[in-house]
Design a protein around this ligand. Sequence first.
Ligand SMILES: [Mg+2]
Length: 214
Amino acid sequence: MTDFVLGVDLDGVCGDYFAAFRTAVARERGVEEPSLTDDVSWDFIEWDLDSESFLDIHRRAVAEHRMFLDMPAMEGVSEALWRLSDAGVWIRIVTHRLVMNWDHRAIVSDTVEWLDSNSIPYRDICFLGRKPEVQADAYVEDAPHNIEALRGAGNSVIAFEQSYNRHIGGLRARNWVEVEEIVADLVAQHQGAFEGQLPGFDAGADRLYRHQNR
Ligand SMILES: [Mg+2]
C-alpha cells in the first residue's frame, strides 16, 4: 500500500504568519498590535498596506528580525502531525517562502530550524516559487488562490480557516484537531482503513460532509 502524502503549507497553516507579521507592522509604525484589526484580507489592505509597503515590511521582518525563526506555531500542529505521521501519513511541507529573490540561505535555514524547534515532523520539504502539483494526495492550505488552483487541478484541499479565505466553499478546518479528523477520513477513503491513534473523534460517516463550508 502506498503512503498517503499530505502536502502541508507553512505560513497561515503551521505557523501564525498573521501574528508574526502584525508584530512587525506594529514595530515599524510604533503602534500597539491591537490597533491593527485581525479581520484582514489576503493583501492586508485593512492595515493600509500596498504591495510595496507589504514587501518592505515583510522583507525586514524576515531578514532583520528573523520572523521565520520565531513565528508562533499554530495550536496543536505538532501533536496532530505527529499522530498522523505515526499512523503512516507522509508529511510533505510545501512552502512559497522563496518567492522573493533574496536571502534564500537565511529563509531555508530559519525554516528548517523552526520546524525542528517546534517539533513538526516531515518526510520532505518543497520550496516552490508557485504551487503547482507536488504529487500529494491531499493539501492543507490557507491562500485563496492556491486552494482554488489546487482544487482546479482535481486535488483534495483542506482550507485552513483564516479571515481571508472564509468565502471559499468545500472542505475546511478551523484548527488542527479538525485537520487531523478530516485527514483521517480522507486516508480511510483512500486506503479503505486508517490505523491511527486519534483521540476524541465523534463517530459517523458524515464527518467529511460536516466539514464542508456551505
Ligand atoms: Mg500559506
